[in-house]
Unconditional design. Sequence first.
Length: 257
Amino acid sequence: MKQVLHLILILSTFLFLSCNQDTRPLILVSKEYKSQAFHHWLMSADSNIRIVSVFGMHDRDSILSLLKKADGIIITGGEDINPTLYGEPEEINRCGIINDYRDSLEIMLINYAIKNKIPLLGICRGHQIINVALGGSLIVDIPQDLGSDTLHRKDGHATMHLVYIKPDSYLHNIVKIDSGLVRSNHHQAVKQVGKNLHVVAYAPDSVIEACEPEDTTGQFILTLQWHPEGMDYNAPLSYRIRDFFLHKVKTYKKHIK
């Protein structure tokens, strides 16, 4: 009788834990905005997902525990990247706010995502730091270096401008348009493209607006200089990117050994 009761207790505990295990896809966001823009953008398409902002975590084991459960990672917009990371420490005086903790956190997320083939989306700063993590460099200040001072940001505020999509790119297959208006707010940009990446979109002033892997048959990686989460969700350069990323998240098969 005791053995039967013990077996019932074990089965009950197992069933309880199974029923309470959250099996929804998990998306890690490197740093969410105060406006919760990424939550709103992603959940406007599918509320049956989990979104966790990693910024602020300092315990490596806790971060790794989340990464092992992740089905997708988004590296978001924010501060300038320390130019020391791309071999130009003398340029730091031309940068704005630098956050070394965030730089190291996001490079950790990027490296883990690439190693484990987790779908990876970079937005604005995310576009830039993925490029840096793969050995690329940045234009430190667009107004000074290119003389284009109002296209990508005007008086510290976001702007809308055209981008052109390369017709033979994977991105073009996703968005299904050759050009479109995007929301932009930045003063730095990709200069030398990182290893295994190539340019698939650009602005009228030739600033690089999107990159993808040279081999698109493997891991999904897409980096965008614009802010699809801050645009009209009905715009092709917003919702089609969101929906395709969510598709990749839901079909991701973990490669962790």
